[in-house]
Design a protein around this ligand. Structure first.
Ligand SMILES: Nc1ncnc2c1ncn2[C@@H]1O[C@H](COP(=O)(O)OP(=O)(O)OP(=O)(O)O)[C@@H](O)[C@H]1O
Ligand SMILES: [Mg+2]
Length: 303
């Protein structure tokens, strides 16, 4: 659905985006993650035909960046850092204006639906300039959605939103995915990215890593079983002579064991531990957060 080849944008001496090759499939939630200044917003602005690339190109479906910019802008919904709402118009009029621009059928009811969805219906006649920051963010989200776009670019959609509104945005993303919409999501909320995204790309002007969150974690850390004991048994790891154990280490009173096939090897491991006289209290899989992975990969990248 989204495809870029060598997409590049320079601002004077700064190369914000450097030869980005990207493929995002229809119906995919694609997380685009990276530190401040990595070039995420610049990428979104290029892909949504809001600014021109310095080099390279991209397609949104069959539409070609540069050649079909007007059609691309109609086809996509964009929430950017500077949403460009009209501060002197009411919340409702902002959405109506945009809905009419996109020739949405029955704009009034569509606008009402989104104002209600984001709890803005009671404030519909208030000027945007008088709304709170989070309310403006929700209005900008409504504007990105009101014409039911095929492709949605969300640049930090939950930044500044309260927990309830953040959850509503996440539910919305899930429901759009089930309707085969394509979602390009930039976020610094890595827990959100972990929960929502089919694939993530870690990015800093160029690609650092790309894949499904679970696969990236496994590639980086392998699979690890954590075993908690009653009393920390002395010398246990030396007695553990099972050939499939890749490595062991203690984390407080728990033994962390690297395995390649834990579903098969855990029962054998636990049986052996019990034979050795250990009191096994509980066993779980070591959970690595996307934040851990992100920080380690970025550190590796910068080294
Ligand atoms: N209009 C502009 N003029 C000059 N430099 C720019 C412009 N827009 C972006 N840049 C530069 O391009 C680089 C990438 O910026 P960009 O806004 O794309 O980063 P980002 O990944 O969205 O960061 P953040 O997480 O802070 O939003 C930065 O070095 C920034 O200073
Ligand atoms: Mg940004």
């Amino acid at each position: 659905m989204i495809r870029s080849e060598g997409l590049t944008r320079r601002f004077g001496a700064v190369t914000a985006v450097d030869g980005l090759d990207l493929v995002v499939e229809r119906g995919e939630v694609f997380g685009f993650l990276g530190p401040n200044g990595a070039g995420k917003t610049t990428t979104v602005r290029m892909l949504a035909a809001l600014i021109a690339p310095t080099a390279g190109g991209a397609h949104i479906g069959e539409l070609q960046l540069g050649r079909d910019n007007r059609a691309i802008r109609r086809r996509v919904g964009v929430l950017t850092e500077a949403p460009g709402l009209y501060r002197r118009l009411s919340a409702r009029d902002n959405l109506l204006l945009f809905a009419r621009l996109h020739a949405v059928s029955d704009p009034s009811s569509r606008v009402e639906r989104y104002l209600r969805l984001f709890d803005l219906w009671d404030r519909r006649d208030d000027l945007v300039g008088t709304l709170s920051k989070g309310m403006r963010q929700k209005l900008a989200l409504a504007r990105a959605l009101v014409h039911d776009p095929d492709v949605l670019f969300l640049d930090e959609p939950t930044a500044g939103l309260d927990p309830e509104a953040s959850r509503r945005v996440r539910e919305l993303v899930e429901s759009l995915r089930s309707k085969e919409r394509t979602i390009f999501l930039c976020t610094h909320n890595l827990d959100e990215a972990d929960r929502l995204c089919d694939r993530v790309e870690l990015f800093k002007a160029r690609i650092v890593a790309l894949g499904k969150p679970a696969e990236l974690k496994e590639r980086m850390y392998g699979r690890r079983t954590v075993i908690h004991f009653g009393d920390r048994p002395q010398g246990l790891e030396r007695a553990l002579d099972l050939p499939f154990i890749l490595d062991t280490e203690w984390a407080d009173d728990a033994l962390v064991v690297g395995l390649s096939d834990p579903e098969r090897e855990n029962p054998i491991l636990v049986r052996r531990l019990v034979e050795l006289g250990a009191e096994v209290r509980y066993v779980n899989e070591l959970r690595v957060s996307l934040e851990d992975l992100y920080l380690d990969l970025m550190e590796e990248h910068d080294a």
